[in-house]
Design a protein around this ligand. Structure first.
Ligand SMILES: [Zn+2]
Length: 443
């Protein structure tokens, strides 16, 4: 009943999302060759578009003597376009925006921290949102989940709605059986509430950061609640084997690794065969490079991503600062979407704990970005028992905020850790001139 209602509601309110969903479902069963051809057509459309509407690319193409027709003649010519870095984006923000007025009216904003610890702002259009909302449901459907069944989202950034807008939002969530929680407010009390809700609504999927999923699993193991989830989708941080095994056992359902970013949207996801991550070719073109040159399949390198659905502020050959490997394997599931193997994690140091675990340091990125006024920061793990936050901030931070950071750090690294704060005017750079915002000096 609710499923029919949801489908009817979406037909009226989100027809684009549904048609995108059908397109995505169709693409996956084409042969690899056809999938690639389709992707080339979408890239061609993007290149033609930016050459007319986006000043940054128009000027760049002129400067390097590249024309979108060069790509049509030979796809290898795509590599003539220089890589796009976060720094270039910050320096050319207005030039990277489309001049097409209708599209500019549909913009929304995403902010990302990145390895320099300095925030970069990304603007996205309605087309991008319609595809990426459809992609959320599309990838969730790989676990057998269907629209109308429960969905649990633990979000790093909760949507802000007020008044009537909020009532409408809550009603839509209620109808869609969509439950949202704040990833940064995961206290014992809120986790308790969350797992009770999860138990009361069986057959759903949960989507969250690896570390959050792990934290909830640890809680669940000791609680009286049982998981009756269909699947757990984990993102944003490397998923270590010990974490996967533990979560599979506690959640008693398959774990799917899901790779994407705030800036590019969804990039790749595991299918039920768990054989690596299928690249979502409709949204993302993935290259793997070393020193700017493509590496053979099976070799690890820098991931470079072109987002094919955002024309408002296009990211072409964007250096995302993650590592990955194009797989040489074919997946028995029959999907024509290529496989990515081993997401080696963001190029930041991994922190270690006294308990012998490796912790992904991005926890610090999240918490410090949340603090708002911080301009830049660096987190240094001096020893297994000492972590120092070096912070550049225009305004002083309250004791309460510092306490939150301390709690977050202890949660991630252990209660044995002493957390110190140093407010500085400048942060040391590496030889390449980059700020590293996460440094572990633990051998
Ligand atoms: Zn597969």
């Amino acid at each position: 009943m609710r499923q029919t209602l949801i489908n009817q509601l979406y037909k009226i309110t989100k027809p684009q999302l549904l048609s995108n969903l059908r397109e995505l479902e169709d693409i996956q069963w084409h042969s690899r060759k056809d999938v690639e051809l389709l992707q080339q057509q979408h890239l061609q459309r993007l290149l033609d578009y930016v050459n007319i509407h986006v000043p940054y690319y128009r000027d760049l193409f002129k400067k390097i003597g590249f024309h979108p027709q060069d790509y049509a003649k030979n796809p290898d010519n795509f590599q003539k376009i220089p890589l796009l870095t976060k720094q270039t984006i910050r320096q050319n923000r207005s030039l990277l925006l489309t001049s097409e007025a209708a599209r500019l009216k549909t913009l929304s904003e995403k902010v990302t921290g990145g390895t320099t610890g300095e925030p970069t702002i990304f603007l996205q259009d309605k087309m991008y949102r319609d595809y990426n909302n459809a992609l959320d449901y599309y990838m969730a459907s790989w676990s057998g989940w269907q629209l109308g069944q429960p969905q649990f989202w633990i979000l790093a950034r909760m949507p802000v709605h007020t008044g009537l807008d909020n009532k409408l939002y809550q009603t839509k969530n209620w109808l869609a059986r969509r439950f949202e929680s704040d990833a940064f407010l995961m206290t014992d009390e809120s986790i308790n509430r969350f797992v009770a809700q999860m138990e009361a609504h069986p057959g759903g999927f949960m989507q969250c950061y690896v570390s959050v999923g792990y934290k909830i699993a640890q809680f669940l193991e000791k609680s009286r609640y049982k998981s009756n989830l269909r699947a757990v989708y984990l993102t944003s941080e490397p998923l270590f084997d010990y974490q996967r095994k533990f979560m599979e056992q506690v959640y008693a359902c398959p774990i799917f690794e899901w790779y994407g970013s705030n800036e590019t949207g969804d990039v790749a996801c595991e299918c039920p065969e768990h054989n690596g991550l299928h690249v979502i070719t409709r949204n993302s073109l993935v290259e793997v490079l070393k020193d700017g040159q493509p590496v053979p399949d099976g070799e690890e390198g820098d991931l470079v991503i072109t987002c094919l659905t955002n024309f408002a502020m296009p990211l072409i050959r964007y250096k995302i600062e993650d590592l990955g490997t194009k797989s040489t394997k074919e997946c028995p599931c029959g999907r024509g979407l290529p496989l990515l193997e081993v997401i080696g994690g963001r190029k930041v140091d991994l922190f270690k704990t006294r308990a012998g675990h490796t912790v992904y340091g991005m926890f610090a990125n999240g918490v410090v970005t949340e603090l708002g006024s911080v301009k830049q920061f660096q987190v240094i793990q001096k020893t297994l028992d000492l972590v120092i936050f070096k912070i550049i901030s225009d305004t002083p931070l309250s004791e309460q905020k510092l306490k939150t950071v301390e709690t977050f750090t202890k949660d991630a690294l252990g209660d044995n850790v002493t957390v110190q704060f140093e407010f500085v005017d400048e942060l040391p750079k590496t030889i390449s001139g980059k700020h590293r915002h996460l440094i572990s000096e633990v051998e």
